[in-house]
Design a protein around this ligand. Structure first.
Ligand code: FA5
Length: 346
């Protein structure tokens, strides 16, 4: 009986393997597996097997059934797949895969990083949740400065603050936690960690309790830059920013600096760009951001000797630039996630 089972199993498996189309396979099924097929016939033969041998033989027949069933199913699937391929019509037009694009603000951020990298600037970053000390005090911003007002800055509840204590190695009171209002916090964090020469660029998100309108978001992106070294002057800052904006926007771009006030730079400027012959929303100049020489008080706060080192810094809004360059009427389109808009600039 054992040999009979063995021989039948080999025979059926060979027949299944040899079936080259679904019709052949169906013939195999009828011949071996249907009610009058050879496999059920084998089962019927069990009645002639002695009582002692029955458990062994029964087990062997079950093994045969399992092996044959799984071989049959596998062959059936393979033949169906092959039939599917035959149905494939290569002359039909293809289906275009849909490509995603980078968000326009991220694409712009990457271009800024590339240009500064070529100038030897490293990429730096800081946390979105920072402290009053990093955001204001270390940046020489007095306790009564309006930006520190709860109407302008998002402060976090005490309960949210405790686990986030940073290790900066300077004894100071960090004050409350807040959502950073500008990327200038990264100036502080960088200078605490690295002594001059320092050259970094730090794009990142900022948060302000600004009234949302066509040019203001509550969460927006700034790009910060900082250079600290011996003998650095305003001329280096102007030259670098001029080079950067010409690389980013084209050689005909002109940049101008207007005196301004920031607590953390002295002297301070706001800078605007312009393309001769082109007006942006009826204006010749687009106001982009602030800059200036790092205030000696800031260098002192982070343990850098202001007698030996000087530095300059800038920060500008990444949403404002494409807003005007592409004549986009409303800054909110950057956060509405309308792919029809995003795909045009991505
Ligand atoms: C600052 O934030 C300074 N930290 C810039 C700076 C850095 C000065 C280093 C000196 C040295 P200001 O608040 O002007 O400056 O913001 C800079 C730019 O961020 C603005 O010109 C604007 O482009 C962008 N910005 C500010 N608020 C918003 C807002 N609510 N929505 C969108 N963009 C904004």
């Amino acid at each position: 009986m054992q040999e009979k089972i063995e021989a039948l199993q080999n025979e059926v498996l060979a027949a299944i393997e040899a079936a080259s189309n679904p019709a052949d396979l169906e013939e195999v099924r009828v011949a071996y597996l249907s009610r009058n097929g050879k496999v059920p016939a084998l089962l019927a033969g069990m009645k002639d097997v002695s009582k002692e041998d029955r458990p062994v033989i029964g087990k062997r027949i079950n093994e045969l059934k399992t092996a044959v069933d799984s071989a049959f199913e596998a062959r059936k699937e393979a033949l169906e797949d092959a039939a599917g391929d035959e149905d494939h019509d290569p002359t039909l037009p293809g289906r275009m895969p849909r490509h995603g694009t980078l968000h326009p603000v991220l694409a712009l951020r990457d271009r800024c990083i590339d240009i500064f990298r070529r100038l030897g600037y490293a990429l730096a970053e800081g946390p979105d949740i920072d402290t009053e000390w990093h955001n204001f005090d270390a940046l020489n911003t007095p306790a009564d400065h309006p930006a520190r007002n709860e109407q302008d800055t998002f402060y976090l509840d005490e309960s949210q603050l405790n686990e986030l204590e940073p290790d900066i190695g300077i004894e100071t009171s960090y004050g409350r936690r807040l959502l950073r209002t500008h990327t200038s916090t990264v100036q502080i964090r960088t200078m605490l960690k690295n002594k001059p020469p320092v050259r970094i660029i730090a794009p990142g998100r900022c948060y302000r309790r600004d009234e949302i309108d066509a040019t203001h978001l509550m969460s927006f992106t700034q790009c910060e830059g900082l250079a600290v070294d011996e003998g650095i002057s305003l001329a280096d800052m102007k030259g670098t920013l001029e080079f950067f904006f010409k690389e980013l926007l084209g050689p005909d771009i002109v940049i101008r600096f207007r005196p301004h006030f920031f607590p953390f730079t002295e002297p301070s400027f706001e800078f605007d760009i312009s393309r001769p012959g082109q007006t942006i929303k009826g204006k010749q100049w687009l106001e982009l951001g602030g800059c200036g020489m790092v205030d000696p008080e800031v260098l002192t706060a982070v343990g850098i000797d202001p007698e030996k080192y000087t530095g300059w810094a800038f920060g500008f809004g990444l949403e404002r630039l494409p807003l005007v360059l592409h004549a986009i009427p409303d800054i909110r389109t950057f956060v509405e996630n309308d792919v029809r808009f995003l795909q045009q600039l991505g």
